[in-house]
Ligand binder design. Structure first.
Ligand SMILES: [Zn+2]
Length: 489
């Protein structure tokens, strides 16, 4: 048996208007073609691709990993050029390594491009049409995928992460590989779509309501003929067609998957009035900051400006709130804002106004250079990222990072890359919803969640959703059609 593999991971936030160019992957993330380069990357970094290769090669399957692209940082829609380049590269590399018995693609499922709401569905269509591929096509997705009927129609089996924050890249790769190897016969794919948006801050895999949904999915997988049950609390900041949370089952034709998907989706929807954003007032946050957190820093969680949710990172909300307290805070507080225009002045030692709020800051320049780092926490371990050119300004107890670009900031290596020591800090700002819990191995209580300016607000009803997206809970507190069911033929 011969299997071709590729990985393209990117998540869009369609409320971020800035188009994404190939440079985001090539210069600040990963863009590799050719088997030797892709294999070397797999050895250095935790990934789905590495998990699949280990599983398939363990049973003697010939594998050919041909392309990997990713950046760890969601953003707006891919530009038309960038979208075309990704598709062209994928098809070219698969064609060069083919033909094969199966293709295994590790994708995100919430990527959008200029003029295309369903990037992954469009890529699968090109694989089927341009390569004329009729063999088994297995796909793994992020659990924030907005799963579409086209994705399910074109693939034979789909699986997804089972952790939030995501720390099961390898295991997901192993699971996807097993779907390549079995079942032997044809499958059906069933999707129950739920007309609801769930605050990502209330979807931890190990505790609470979401853990119960995941446990039920595992129980259903114990039934005969049910090969995979994946649940998708969708990336909420997508104003796109077919938008919604979903339950997806890959099964044998006669396994009764539709009723199982509908039952789990209904149970999930019935939780909706209990979902919590976890947002706190600044009064509450400032009071908490006076007290020592046990075993590590407080995490100042800037949810609306979360770069891990596709926001720009340009809000200086925390800097504004804490600037007047910079001499009296109990310990060092690490803060971050994206503002390329402020860099020249800050680099010369002068003060500058930073962020969309244009907050004036001044202090001692303690770092100037590229902010490049390799994640060392429980997620993206070993993968390398860059925030572009950056400075660090020290003012009282504040250490303010100003960078040229957004980046994955949920890992302590982000601040270490600019010479700071987050593990010893009193508080650390993260523009991340949940990833910080994996990056910093921190419990929920350590996070102080606030909602400033930014396009990833947890107050979904305030976002400019259009068309049928206005029918999603809680944008509409009582959607007319809470559940809809679809099954492949
Ligand atoms: Zn995700």
């Amino acid at each position: 048996m011969k299997v071709l593999l590729a990985q393209f991971i990117f998540e869009s936030n369609t409320f971020n208007p800035v188009p994404v160019e190939r440079e985001l992957f090539a210069a600040r993330g990963t863009w590799l073609t050719g088997e030797p380069a892709v294999r070397e990357w797999c050895r250095a970094a935790d990934s789905q691709l590495a998990g699949s290769l280990a599983e398939l090669e363990g049973v003697g399957v010939a594998t050919h990993p041909v392309f990997v692209a990713g950046c760890g940082t969601p953003a707006g829609r891919l530009s038309a050029d960038c979208f075309r380049a990704i598709g062209d590269t994928l098809i070219r590399e698969l064609r060069a390594a083919g033909p094969a018995d199966a293709i295994l693609l590790h994708l995100h499922g919430a990527a959008c491009a200029a003029g295309e709401d369903d990037v992954e569905g469009a890529l699968l269509e090109r694989v089927r049409r341009e390569l004329g591929f009729t063999g088994r096509l297995v796909v793994s997705l992020d659990l924030h995928a907005n799963v579409t009927r086209r994705m399910l129609h074109l693939s034979d089996a789909i699986t997804a992460y089972r952790t939030m924050p995501h720390i099961d890249f390898h295991e997901t790769g192993v699971r996807a590989a097993r779907l390549v190897l079995r079942p032997a016969g044809p499958t059906v794919r069933v999707m129950a779509k739920v007309a609801a948006l769930i605050p990502p801050t209330d979807t931890h895999h190990a505790s609470g309501r979401f853990a119960a949904i995941l446990a039920e999915a595992r129980r259903l997988e114990g039934r005969p003929g049910i090969f995979d049950v994946s649940v998708f609390p969708v990336q909420p900041w997508l104003d796109v067609a077919e938008m919604g949370t979903s339950v997806v089952i890959t099964a044998a034709r006669d396994a009764g998957a539709a009723a199982l998907a509908e039952g789990l989706a209904r149970r999930w929807y019935d939780q909706r009035t209990e979902w919590q954003t976890g947002l706190r007032s600044w009064e509450d946050i400032l009071a908490k900051l006076e007290r020592r957190a046990d075993g590590g820093p407080w995490l100042l969680v800037d949810s609306a400006d979360a770069t891990t949710a596709g926001a720009a990172g340009t809000s200086a909300e925390a800097i504004q709130r804490l600037w007047s307290r910079r001499e009296t805070l109990p310990g060092e507080v690490l803060l971050w804002v994206v503002d390329p225009a402020a860099l020249p002045a800050l680099r010369s030692g002068a003060g500058a106004r930073v962020g969309v709020q244009q907050v004036p800051i001044a202090g001692e320049l303690v770092f100037s250079g590229e902010g490049r780092y390799r994640a060392r926490g429980q997620a993206y371990t070993g993968q390398e990222f860059s925030m572009g050119e950056a400075v660090v300004v020290a003012a009282g107890r504040l250490r303010i990072v100003v960078s040229a670009a957004g980046a994955l900031c949920a890992d302590p290596a982000f601040y270490e890359g600019v010479g700071l020591a987050p593990d010893r800090a009193w508080a650390v700002q993260v523009k991340s919803l949940m990833g910080w819990r994996a990056g910093y191995a921190a419990p929920a209580e350590r996070g102080l969640v606030f909602d400033g300016p930014g396009c990833a607000s947890l107050e979904f009803a305030r976002l400019p959703f259009t068309g049928e997206r206005r029918e999603l809970f809680p944008v509409n507190p009582s959607p007319a059609q809470p559940l809809s069911l679809w099954q492949s033929t």
